[in-house]
Unconditional design. Structure first.
Length: 189
């Protein structure tokens, strides 16, 4: 068994047990252990505990971002309003594009507009105020003039599926005609 140091959770030093990983429903779960050395008495009170690892999620997506539900995003039922999920996934798309060097303001100055032409959202489970969640993103070419973002939201820490989305977009040139910019084209090859 190999243990890798990850950091601290409270007063506990946390290590990942690298082998063998547990799997359940396609997700990898890794046991975390508090391995205190003999000189540190305060860490010896709790010997071990288990939390979920998002290893599989991180591997399946080009980009992931953790977020939290804010009170004002909830409706009268006490759950996140359906329209707010589109804000969440849009924010993640923008953060991904920024990370890979696509600058919306620069595109606009050049007369290029990235637009959504279709949004498909399948709601699986509601989020509530204070819930933490992770959004995963994949990007693929759909046709010569369209691309798609495949995005999933999972509640943390249990990785319960919350939303599955497919967002189809294109880029419009200065004449308002679909045309994929070279920088965006390279992302999808």
């Amino acid at each position: 068994m190999v243990l890798l140091y990850c950091g601290r959770v409270g007063r506990r030093r946390v290590f990942i047990k690298k082998s063998p990983p547990l799997t359940l429903a396609g997700f990898f779960f890794v046991c975390f252990y508090d391995q205190s050395d003999q000189s540190d008495q305060s860490d010896q009170t709790d010997q071990s505990f288990v939390i979920f690892e998002k290893t599989k999620i991180m591997q399946d997506y080009l980009f992931t971002l953790e977020m939290s539900v804010r009170d004002y995003e909830c409706d009268m039922q006490g759950i996140v309003n359906n329209s707010v999920y589109q804000n969440y996934i849009e924010h993640v798309r923008h953060e991904y594009l920024k990370q890979v060097g696509i600058d919306f303001s620069e595109y606009t100055r050049r007369g290029i507009n990235l637009v959504v032409v279709r949004a498909e959202l399948d709601y699986k489970y509601p989020l509530a105020s204070g819930d933490r969640f992770v959004v995963g993103l994949q990007m693929r070419r759909e046709s010569a003039l369209k691309f798609a973002f495949y995005q999933d939201i999972f509640r943390l820490p249990d990785l319960k599926p919350v939303l599955k989305a497919k967002i189809i977009g294109t880029a419009l040139n200065q004449r308002g005609r679909p045309e994929i910019p070279e920088e965006l084209d390279r992302l999808m090859k």
